[in-house]
Write a new protein. Structure first.
Length: 223
């Protein structure tokens, strides 16, 4: 009995590497790996002035299949992966810090599901894609947990090693705009007309200033 108590007292039931629990606490080395998302912006100003904009369907599908992700659209701005997601109830701990809220939804937003009355028709008002759909969004990308974003970024980088950085947002406006652009891509149209507004939205969403400006002094933000 004493041995059992000792073992129980020393063992943590939490697992940082769990595929569907991003708020757990066991197996620390995984948590301490180099951050895979928004890496360059940690220490220096960045620019979102991409010269070429494309949608990557394969990366979108792979990220959408991850636990905690309801839908995903990955836009490649040059070699930077900009990712818009909605979150669901297949994982816990997708939000970080003191953010509160129910992490549930009914279904994702994917090609063919924009209009339930005409399932073969991908058209719907992009401003209404999230409203009433059952998918859940998060206004601030910083409110998504570090490990949740880390796993998404690692997935993208493993599938496409040429990616130089990853930005992840679940903001409703971002998701709606990515859906609008995705519909153009699915129709085989050039995304060049959308590039200026895409750049503006990414600058508004993620900013361009360093996220850890005092890192050299040891006053950096914890993730």
């Amino acid at each position: 009995m004493m041995l059992c108590l000792i073992v129980t007292g020393c063992f943590s039931w939490y697992d940082y590497n769990s595929a569907n629990n991003y708020g757990s606490k066991r197996d620390m080395p995984r948590q301490d790996t180099s951050r895979a998302y928004q890496t360059q912006q940690q220490y220096a100003p960045v620019t979102h002035q991409v010269s070429k904009l494309e949608m990557n369907q394969h990366l979108s599908d792979q990220v959408a299949a991850m636990d905690g992700v309801s839908s995903a659209i990955v836009m490649m701005g040059d070699n930077t992966a900009y990712t818009a997601i909605t979150i669901d109830m297949t994982a816990t701990g997708t939000r970080g810090g003191d953010v509160r809220g129910t992490e549930t939804n009914n279904y994702g937003i994917v090609k063919g599901l924009y209009n339930p009355y005409t399932p073969e028709n991908d058209y719907a008002d992009p401003n209404q894609l999230i409203t009433g759909s059952g998918a859940e969004t998060e206004m601030h990308h910083e409110h998504l947990s570090h490990l949740f974003k880390q796993k998404i970024a690692e997935k993208i980088r493993s599938l496409q090693p040429s990616v130089t950085d990853v930005y992840i947002s679940a903001n409703r406006t971002v998701v709606n705009e990515f859906n609008r652009i995705a519909q153009e891509s699915w129709q085989g149209r050039s995304l060049e007309p959308y590039r200026p507004q895409f750049i503006q939205l990414m600058e508004l969403t993620f900013g361009t200033a360093p996220t850890i400006p005092n890192q050299a002094e040891g006053n950096g933000r914890e993730y």
